[in-house]
Design a protein. Structure first.
Length: 290
């Protein structure tokens, strides 16, 4: 009896172990799975894979043809900390896609077709440390408050995109930011971008591939390294007048001229009225004397 009783817990543990093993063996089709990791690299997947184990910590979907990430399916992977979606066809609207992934630390969306980043895109990723959105040639806009909630962000790469402008407040208030990739973009180095260039000079953030962080427009500054043009741009912004400035000055001048003319006309009328009134008074006094 005693040996039978001892064997019962062992049998139960064996069955539980088999259950856990079978759960781990459950793996999406055409993917390979290890403990807490699912790797679907280069499998020509057209859609997000199904039957991903719910305890997955690391999901790699690199080099496929996935064009859509389902927010509901992703939200089931509540323990996911690493998501690699580089070299896919993701694009257009990713707002609220990562709403249920509060533990995500690493996100790679490089080599896709992203067009914009808004506050709603990554605002729920409160623990995000590494974000790679480089090599998205159609990415032309990042809202200035896009990373407001990503205060733990340390590594941000927006290199080789269609960006021409980036508001300083987008990155200035990220307290842990140490790495910012900006190379090979179409930066428009005008007076509106001067504040960002000045921040680059003063910041302790590391800018890799700094030799390729250059101005694309205007023509006179093309191919010049961005921090180096600060003095030149500051001088031109403080001294150079643009077309709208001349228009404004002409309007001001016209208003001053018109106001002066009206004032002189009114003063003349008042003087004439006063003269007429004075002369009439003198004539009435002369008539009374006669």
């Amino acid at each position: 009896m005693s040996s039978s009783r001892r064997s019962q817990p062992l049998s139960l543990m064996f069955l539980l172990g088999m259950g856990m093993a079978s759960e781990r063996i459950n793996c999406p089709r055409r993917c390979s799975c290890q403990y807490l990791e699912v790797n679907c690299t280069g499998q020509q997947l057209q859609e997000f894979p199904v039957a991903i184990p719910l305890d997955t910590r690391q999901l790699i979907l690199a080099a496929n043809n996935v064009s859509y990430l389902p927010a509901v399916e992703l939200s089931f992977l509540a323990d996911l900390v690493y998501l690699d979606c580089r070299k896919n066809l993701l694009g257009d609207d990713l707002d609220f896609t990562f709403i249920g992934m509060a533990k995500l630390v690493y996100l790679d969306l490089s080599f896709n077709n992203l067009t914009q980043v808004t506050f709603k895109t990554f605002s729920h990723l409160l623990r995000l440390v590494v974000l790679k959105i480089s090599d998205n040639p159609n990415l032309v806009a990042i809202e200035k408050d896009a990373f407001t909630n990503n205060t733990w962000l340390r590594h941000l790469d927006v290199s080789r995109t269609g960006l021409t402008f980036l508001d300083t407040s987008t990155v200035r208030y990220l307290p842990h930011l140490r790495f910012l990739g900006l190379s090979n973009n179409l930066w428009h180095c005008n007076c509106s971008f001067l504040d960002f260039i000045a921040w680059m000079t003063e910041s302790s953030v590391h800018f890799p591939d700094a030799d390729n962080i250059t101005c694309y427009t205007p023509e006179g500054l093309r191919a010049l390294k961005m921090p180096a043009v600060e003095a030149q741009l500051r001088f031109s912004c403080l001294t150079q007048l643009y077309k709208q400035d001349y228009i404004f000055l002409c309007l001001i001048g016209f208003c001053i001229f018109f106001a002066g003319t009206v004032a002189a006309w009114l003063a003349g009328i008042c003087a004439v009225i006063y003269e007429v009134h004075t002369s009439k008074g003198e004539e009435e006094e002369e008539e009374e004397e006669d």
